[in-house]
Structure formats: C-alpha cells, structure tokens
Design a binder for this molecule. Structure first.
Ligand SMILES: *Cc1c(COP(=O)(O)O)cnc(C)c1O
Ligand SMILES: *[C@@H]1O[C@H](CO)[C@@H](O)[C@H](O)[C@H]1NC(C)=O
Ligand SMILES: *[C@@H]1O[C@H](CO)[C@@H](O)[C@H](O)[C@H]1NC(C)=O
Ligand SMILES: *[C@@H]1O[C@H](CO)[C@@H](O)[C@H](O)[C@H]1NC(C)=O
Length: 542
C-alpha cells in the first residue's frame, strides 16, 4: 500500500517507513486516496452510462463529432489572419444594425442626461406624439407575426382607463392596495378553472411567459433538492420548447436535454424522452402548442411517463393561453393537455398573448400549493424586515393587474371562444391554402391545431420568401433546424413564392436569408452569438 504514495507526498509528510505510527498514517492515507479515486471513477462512469443510455452510442458519437467540428472551427476563427477579418465584418454588421435601428432624426429631442428643469406636459406630449409616429411595421393591420396581440380598440380603451385607476398601486403591499390583491387572486382563480385544476390548485401571476417558465423550473429544482437531495438537476424538453427553458437552465444551473421530434408529427419523440430520464431529472416539458411550429406535443404520453417515473410535468401553454382551452367550444379538433391529465403538475399561460391583457402579464398555475411554495422567496433575517415575495420581482405595477383583470372579465368565455374561432379558422385557411395552391414549393410543418402555422420548402430558400414578404410589409418569424418560417395568420404568401421562384437560386440574399444562411452553415456559431450580443447593445444606444 505504502509504496504507492508518491515520493513528493512522503516528503511533505516527512514519513519514515520504520515508525509504526507513521505506518498507520500511511495506511489511512492510502485508503482515503483509494476511496476518492473509486468515487471519481464511479461518478464518471455513471455519467458516461447515463449519456450512453440517453443518447445511444450513435447519438453520443455524433455529438462528439459536432463538438470537435465546432472546436476546430473555433480555432480557425482565432487564427491570426482570420480573426481580424471576422472582427472587421462584425464591426461592419454592427454599424449597419445601428444605422437601421437607432433613429437620428434632428426633429427629435435627445436627452442624454436629465433636463435641467422639468418640461411642461404639452411639450412632453408633443415629443411622445412624434415618437409614436416613427416609421414602424404596420402592426395595426395585423401583419406582424407574434409581436402584437390585441383584442380591438374598445378593449384597449377599457384597459387604459382601468390601468389609470391603479397607476400608483403595488401588490408588494397588499394591506395598502387590497383591491389589487383581490384582482390578482381572481385572475389566478379564473386561469385555474380554465385549465380544469383539481381542488387545491394554486398559482401566481408573473411579468410574462419567460418568468412563468423560469419559476416553474425553479419550483421543480427546489422540490427535487428538498425531497430527493438532487444537486445536479436536469430537465428534458422538446427541442421546439421555448428558449426560456434554456434561460432557466442558464440562470439556475440546470442541465437541459433537448429531445428530437417525431419526423412525421413534429411532436417530441417520447421514446427518446424516456431514455433520458434518470435520478437527476427534475421535470419533463411539453408545449401546447410550441412557438416554432404551433404543434401540441403528445401531452397524454408525457403525462403517463411523468406519473410512472414520479417526475413533475410542465405544460407550456404560454402561446396556447386563451385558445387551446376553447378549441372544442369553438368547434375545432382538440387534444387533452391540461390538469385533467393526472401527470401535469404545472401550466404556464400568457394573459398578454391571446388573453389580450396589457404586455407584461402572464400566469403560472400548479396542481397544488406545495409546488407553488417551492418557488417562493422568504428572508427572515433582513434588516429591512421579514421579506417574502412569490416570484422574481419585488415591487410590481398594480396597474397591469387591473388591465389584465379588466380584459379577462370583459372578454369572458364567449369572447375568447369567438376569438379562438376566428383565429383558428384563419390559420386553417392558411394551411388549406398552402396545401392546395403551393404544394409544389411549400409544405406545412405537422398538423397545426391552433394559431401558428409553420411552413418550409424543399425547392426554394424559405428565408428568401420571408424577405420578400417583409418587403410587402409582412413580418414573419424565421425558424431554424429545419429552416422554416411561421406566421399567425395571413394569405399574402402568394406573391412572394412566385417572385422567389422566378428569381432562381443564385440571386442576392435579403437580411433574413443572409443571417440564417450563415447560422445554418457554420459548425461554430460564436460569430452569430457576437452579432446577437451586438444587437442587444444596440437596443441601449441613446
Ligand atoms: C411567447 C412564448 C413564451 C414566452 O413568453 P414571453 O411572454 O415572451 O416571455 C413561452 N412559450 C411559448 C410557447 C411562447 O409562445
Ligand atoms: C467556437 O469558437 C469560439 C471562438 O473562436 C471559441 O471560443 C469556442 O470555444 C468555440 N466552440 C467550441 C465548442 O469549441
Ligand atoms: C401583470 O403584470 C404585473 C407586473 O409585472 C404583475 O405584477 C402581475 O402579477 C401580472 N399578472 C397579472 C395576471 O396581472
Ligand atoms: C387556391 O387559389 C385559388 C385562386 O387564387 C383560390 O380561389 C382558392 O381559394 C385557393 N385555395 C385555398 C384553399 O385557399
């Protein structure tokens, strides 16, 4: 045993072989070393086994190959001659971006520091009037996909009036603003009932879908830590799940497994999900529907899996919000997705999308209040007093709650049923139109049941179509892997397809085609990442 101790160690401990006390010390050291060694081997091999079981030998090799390719490309990017060129191009792209986004109109006042004296209301309104008039995409015409959801100008007026009544309120102080507390509690109650929560269901309101998703992940993480001692949490999500889940992974140190889709239905592949489940799995995820393709995952199958493995299942209905629950009533095909499935433990539902509430509003509902308590933050030692808050924010604008409450009770079941009817009918017309008149060049992804329709092409560059539509004033969302675009509801695709087809393959690319063309073709996306960072910087250029 002792002969294995490295010389250097023997010197540090000044160990001499003959002394029996030192012999014992030496023996103990050896045992500890072996235990540590075995611990690491076990840890490493169980990790390797999980990886192999989860992704299979081929999957693991492919991932490794991709990693090598990306690393090699990364090294090339850093090479002396290349690095400068890449930087120059990035700077150029950033400058163009700034040019396009930052308005430098001499008629507009610019404040880079507080004005010495406050301005008069007239002057301020005049200035804001100009800002509201700045050239923008025509969202009122309904041509911007996924950016603006609104329920008509009457509802907008009502919301504004209601928000005005509560503009100084703050739900952090329920004793001061009891009306806000009541409205918030009732918003949650209405959503729980909409998703058929069992008695004991509980929920919170949040500032948006992203926060709802962050909180669902936090709750699952805390639950697994407290109840099972999980310290290396993992979640398993469809690759079409919203990026907010990755954001949660990034913020809360949760490993995120992205699961491939079934090639026909474009729903998450349940067999692959099952293979990835292990002791560290804290939550499964399904979307109803997902943002990229508008497809509802097989929530029934996920629920069975979650029950069998005793893991929470989150259903992301941020987008489906006020449409999926009304599909049946509106006369369309639907699939089970809510708390009626026993495995579903939480649902995120955006009031600010198809609920038509003012922006900055969403809800997260749980099967029971214990799950909800896992997302609370409580500090009993703060010098400022005992502090407790349900979600990310501290102070919150009560006005938004008033706006949200007003929207829900103004629309009612009948209002949402009829809005679901017109929105889904429109989407269905789009699907039928593409299938009937464009089947040569375009194909619809999966079988969309809700509001979003994604389509792609095997014959033309779909991003070119997006750029053409953009010239016509239609702003579609670009998707990747596979390349596609989606929209909420329109029929103007027609002219764009004809134009792109007529132009042929080698033609100059528009912005979308150029950006996603690059992103899709390089093995290491660090340059695209730098561009995205530059984009965010640009948002804050005064
Ligand atoms: C919009 C959306 C979210 C995130 O919502 P934000 O309100 O933008 O934070 C999450 N999931 C889906 C499916 C969405 O469409
Ligand atoms: C991708 O390239 C960047 C920049 O060259 C590098 O820092 C990064 O490590 C690369 N990615 C991988 C996976 O090697
Ligand atoms: C609406 O937004 C405010 C501000 O973020 C938040 O306090 C409230 O909880 C949100 N949700 C609802 C449904 O009102
Ligand atoms: C296909 O195109 C024709 C001619 O423009 C149109 O009348 C028809 O409604 C289209 N089909 C669908 C399903 O939209």
């Amino acid at each position: 045993m002792s002969s294995h101790i490295p010389i250097s160690l023997r010197d540090t401990f000044n160990i001499q072989k003959k002394n029996p006390r030192n012999q014992a010390l030496l023996f103990n050291l050896g045992v500890i070393r072996n235990i540590v060694f075995i611990y690491f081997v076990l840890r490493w091999s169980s990790k390797a086994a999980r990886q192999l079981r989860g992704y299979g030998l081929l999957g693991t090799l492919v991932a490794f190959y991709d990693y090598l390719r990306s690393a090699a490309y990364g090294i090339i990017l850093q090479a002396p001659g290349v690095k400068g060129k890449v930087k120059a191009q990035l700077d150029d792209a950033t400058a163009k971006l700034e040019d396009k986004m930052v308005v430098r109109d001499p008629n507009l006042a610019r404040y880079l520091a507080l004005p010495k004296n406050g301005l008069t209301p007239e002057k301020i309104k005049e200035e804001l009037e100009k800002l509201a008039q700045l050239k923008h995409a025509d969202w009122e015409g309904g041509q911007v996909s996924g950016a603006v959801y609104h329920g008509g100008s009457d509802l907008l007026d009502l919301q504004t009036d209601c928000m005005r009544m509560f503009s100084v309120s703050n739900p952090l102080h329920p004793d001061v603003f009891p009306g806000v507390r009541k409205m918030e509690a009732e918003v949650v109650a209405m959503i729980l009932s909409m998703f058929n929560a069992p008695p004991g269901g509980a929920g919170v309101t949040t500032s948006g879908g992203t926060e709802s998703i962050l909180m669902a992940c936090l709750s699952a993480r805390n639950k697994a830590y407290v109840e099972k001692g999980v310290t290396e949490p993992e979640i398993i999500i469809p690759k079409t799940a919203h990026a907010a889940f990755d954001k949660a992974g990034y913020y809360f140190k949760i490993k995120v497994h992205h699961v491939e889709l079934d090639p026909v239905t474009y729903k998450v592949d349940l067999k692959r999900v099952a293979r990835l489940i292990n002791y560290n799995t804290i939550m499964l995820v399904g979307s109803a529907p997902n943002f990229p393709h508008g497809i509802i995952d097989d929530i029934q199958g996920l629920s069975r899996l979650a029950l069998r493995k005793k893991i929470p299942l989150h259903v992301d209905a941020c987008l489906g919000s006020f449409i999926v629950p009304f599909l049946e009533k509106a006369g369309f095909k639907s699939e089970p997705f809510d708390f009626r499935l026993k495995g579903v433990t939480s649902i995120s539902c955006d009031t600010h999308k198809y609920g038509f509430a003012p922006k900055g509003n969403s809800t997260l509902v749980y099967r029971n209040s214990q799950l909800r308590a896992y997302q609370y933050y409580v500090n009993t030692h703060w010098t400022g007093g005992i502090y407790a808050s349900p979600n990310l924010a501290g102070s919150r604008p009560g006005a938004l709650i008033a706006g949200c409450y007003a929207s829900l009770i103004s629309m009612g079941e009948s209002g949402y049923t009829s809005s679901a009817h017109s929105i889904v009918s429109c989407a269905q017309r789009l699907v039928a139109g593409i299938r009937e008149n464009f089947s040569e060049n375009l194909y619809v992804i999966g079988e969309p049941l809700v509001s979003v329709v994604a389509f792609s092409s095997k014959t033309i560059d779909i991003y070119d179509v997006a750029d053409e539509m953009s010239k016509l004033g239609w702003h579609l969302s670009a998707l990747q892997d596979p390349p596609a675009v989606h929209m909420a509801c329109t029929t103007l695709t027609v002219k764009s397809v004809i134009k792109v087809k007529a132009r042929g393959k080698g033609a100059a690319k528009g912005d979308t085609a150029a950006l996603y063309g690059v992103a899709g073709s390089v093995p290491n996306r660090s340059v695209v990442g730098s561009l995205a960072t530059a984009f965010i910087d640009t948002l804050f250029k005064a």
